[in-house]
Structures are given as C-alpha cells and as structure tokens.
Design a protein around this ligand. Structure first.
Ligand code: TYD
Length: 141
C-alpha cells in the first residue's frame, strides 16, 4: 500500500461570527495524534520553495492560515498536488511521503502540527535515498 493512500484532507471546526471566524484543533480529535510540536513558515520570499524531504515516523498536518501555496506529495511513483488556501482545512501527511511546497503567495503563513519532537534523524532529505526507503518499507512484499 502506498503511503499516499493515507494522505487526508481534514476539516476543522469553523465558528463563523460577524467579528471574524474562529477555528480550533484539539489533539487526537481534530488531528489523529497527540501533538508534540507545532512550527510555522512565514515571510517566504517570492519564488522560494520549502520542504523537500520525508519523515520516518513523524506525522504532520499542514494548515495554510493565510495566503496560499501548492503542496506537492509523492511516494516516488505518483504525485499529488494540493492547493492550500483555507484556514479551516488541513492536510494530513503520513510518514513515507516526500513533500515540497511551492508557489507561495505573498504573506502566506503555513502552520504545521506534528506528532513528534524535532529530530533530524527522522528526516530523509536525499531523494534517491527516499526512493530506496519507500521501496523497502512500503512497496516490497
Ligand atoms: P526544515 O524542516 O528543513 O524546513 P522545510 O520544511 O522548509 O524543509 O527545517 C529548516 C531548519 O529548521 C532546519 O535546520 C531544522 C530547523 N528546525 C528546527 O530546529 N525545529 C523544527 O521543528 C523544524 C521544523 C525545523
């Protein structure tokens, strides 16, 4: 089974109000894991891309709080491209998926909610190494 099969679009609660909308995320309820870490990407210069790696254990949910960006996901065989531009939606990215983010609009703020603490050893940053990893761990019977 491809790790891409476990990518999910999540819909968070949205409390609409004339004063402005409010959304919230509770661990193990609106994201399917206990939250150990959040980080956010902002002030992305025009034309820059982020990501370009996969994780061995970390699960993460990406939420575009402001602006828009294109999320490219691949298992080494198939690519999915998802445009993120709604603060009440998230994309669940399981381990074993190579992600990269492109085409950031000016002022984009991307929030990432993670199942694991930061650990550089959890990253696969080399694409040929990623292809070997997914073949061994997901595609070989
Ligand atoms: P990185 O995950 O490579 O960013 P991107 O998703 O755009 O590829 O992280 C960039 C740098 O920030 C890297 O040196 C590691 C550091 N970092 C932390 O120290 N803690 C964190 O939680 C994250 C996500 C990154």
């Amino acid at each position: 089974m491809s790790p891409l099969d476990n990518v999910r679009i999540l819909e968070f609660p949205k409390v609409c109000d004339p004063r402005g909308n409010l959304s919230f995320i509770e661990e193990a309820i609106h994201v399917p894991f206990a939250i150990k870490r959040v980080f956010y990407i902002y002030d992305v210069p025009g034309g820059a891309s982020r990501g370009g790696h996969a994780h061995r254990r970390n699960r993460q949910v990406l939420i575009c709080l402001n602006g828009s960006m294109d999320l490219h996901l691949t298992d080494g065989h198939t690519e999915k491209v998802i445009t993120l531009n709604r603060a009440h939606n998230g994309v669940l990215i399981p381990p074993g998926v190579w992600d990269s983010m492109h085409n950031f609009s000016s002022g984009t703020v991307l929030l990432v909610v993670c199942s694991e603490y930061y650990d550089e050893d959890d990253y696969i940053r080399d694409y040929p190494r990623f292809l070997e990893y997914v073949e061994q761990n997901y595609f070989s019977s």
